[in-house]
Design a protein around this ligand. Structure first.
Ligand code: GLN
Length: 487
């Protein structure tokens, strides 16, 4: 049996029933990595020995009759912008190429408590800036559904690994769509939790007021399992929400009777692929047939979300990335004096997109422009947030496409950053408002998967999971496995 094709919950059942061992599962995934990683290139760094050692420990526990947690012994992959003690954390940047964090991110601590089997760290757009992994300082990952296409980004490595069978589950981070968009492009499920629901401690900061960690997995059930493992208050993150975490598996019910669904008309933007629009409408019809109530809602400030984001995120990034100066972390290029050293280090260590954002952000924050750009963007952010508040007075969840089109060809947008930024038009407002969103497979366009986005109220992850689970149980999109070229 091809164990690497199963979900975490299916594999957990097999472990508990003693049908397979964690070592067998891990070897199956390692074999798959050997077979396809050359083509997919989802990993920046693999931790094979560590994975097998952990798998053996879990098997020992099972043999002794000790209880195991839902993710114990199940191979997972972590986006390489989350700190792992003793294992490199590069952010796919030359400036951190050899950086080894002296501590674990809180999510890593939590998953280690669960006995996860870590297969390695996955590729991303440098410092999570991008939507295709083409901005990675190392290499571009490939979409398992069509190797000539991008897997999306910035968490493209995580989504590609899960879709290709090189990991059973993974973590990504989402500042403007970086979990949901690659999840959609690769036919997987991805959730960006409410801002503050998951600790950001140990997540290398891109734009701190927007960043959130979340799962990229194969189905909604696995999404609930990973959410159970990573959510919760953390005093090491001052923006962490101190509110109890429900058992998200309780939300896995086919039940949308009376659920009020809103379709924001402004999300169906010009240039959107008509097949994507049709698939979303079909999904809504399915939920309505099961008893959900549907209405159109208006979110008039949606179109300004993108511009506000591309001021706020670079502004925060320009400040967060000031720390990479050749002194405290990573790479250092010697110069004649300290200023020359800073300049050489940053000029060699950062890629073009990171530099573009640092320049944009520094400009927007500079005296004379602060009010015109940064301050204005913050005001727009408030208006976008109010659109959500108002919509949620009328409806329980909002439904939109995750991205306007399926994954594009590698290189197609390389010289057009604005076209690339447009891919985030449906996901960015969710980060600006701090609310949760999930993307799940809702069909195919020209053989490429597309995603349905469900957006919820703050801390409404359980409602999202219930709606998503209900939809998933009516369809089989999530059960199809990427063909991966001729492999
Ligand atoms: N694609 C968006 C950007 O380039 C979002 C990135 C993200 O969510 N990390 O900023």
């Amino acid at each position: 049996m091809e164990l690497f094709k199963l979900t975490a919950h299916e594999l957990h059942q097999k472990l508990v029933n003693k049908e397979v061992s964690s070592v067998e599962i891990t070897q199956s995934v390692l074999g798959r990595i050997d077979a396809v990683e050359d083509k997919v290139q989802s990993y920046v760094n693999q931790t094979r020995e560590l994975a097998l050692a952990k798998a053996r420990q879990v098997d020992e526990k099972i043999k002794k009759g000790e209880p195991i947690s839902p993710l114990a012994g199940i191979p997972g992959a972590i986006k390489d912008n989350m700190c792992t003690k003793g294992i490199k954390t590069t952010c796919s940047s030359k400036i951190l190429e050899n950086f080894v964090a002296p501590y674990d991110a809180t999510v890593i601590e939590k998953l280690t408590e669960q006995d996860m089997v870590l297969m390695g760290k996955t590729n991303l757009d440098e410092f999570a800036m991008g939507g295709s992994t083409e901005n990675s300082g190392f290499f571009t990952s490939h979409n398992p559904w069509d190797l000539d296409r991008v897997p999306g980004g910035s968490s493209g490595g995580s989504a590609a690994a899960v879709a290709a069978g090189e990991a059973i589950w993974s973590l990504g981070s989402d500042t403007g769509g970086s979990i949901r968009q690659p999840a959609a492009y690769c036919g997987t499920v991805g959730m960006k939790p409410t801002y503050g629901r998951v600790s950001r401690y140990g997540l290398v900061a891109f734009a701190s007021s927007l960043d959130q960690i979340g799962p990229i997995v194969r189905d909604v059930t696995d999404c609930a399992l990973v959410m159970n493992a990573i959510c919760g208050y953390d005093k090491k993150d001052s923006t962490s929400i101190n509110s109890p975490v429900p058992d998200y598996t309780k939300a896995l019910q086919v039940d949308v009777k009376g659920l009020k669904i809103g379709l924001p008309k402004e999300y169906f933007v010009r240039g959107m692929n008509p097949e994507v629009e049709k698939a979303v409408q079909k999904a809504v019809d399915q939920l309505v047939a099961l008893g959900a109530e549907y209405q159109e809602v208006s979110m008039p400030h949606t179109e300004y979300g993108l511009s506000a984001y591309y001021l706020i995120a670079p502004a925060e990034a320009s400040s967060n990335l000031a720390r990479y100066d050749g002194v405290g972390y990573g790479m250092r290029e010697e110069g004649d004096d300290i200023i020359a050293m800073y300049k050489k280090t940053r000029s060699k260590g950062f890629g073009a997109e990171v530099k573009r954002r640092i320049m944009l952000g520094t400009y927007a924050l500079s005296s004379g422009y602060y009010d015109a750009y940064y301050m204005k963007a913050l005001k727009v952010r408030t208006l976008v947030k109010r659109d959500f508040d108002r919509a949620f007075e009328k409806v329980d969840v909002l439904i939109t496409p995750t991205a306007p089109s399926p994954a594009f060809k590698i290189g197609a947008m390389a010289n057009d950053p604005l076209a690339m930024y447009m891919q985030d038009v449906c996901t960015i407002p969710v980060n600006l408002a701090g609310v949760p969103g999930i993307s799940l497979p809702c069909g195919f366009v020209d053989g490429m998967p597309i995603g349905l986005q469900i957006i919820g109220k703050p801390l409404g992850e359980d409602t999202l999971l219930r709606a998503a689970y209900t939809y998933e149980q009516q369809n089989d999109y999530h059960k199809r496995f990427a063909p991966l070229g001729e492999v």
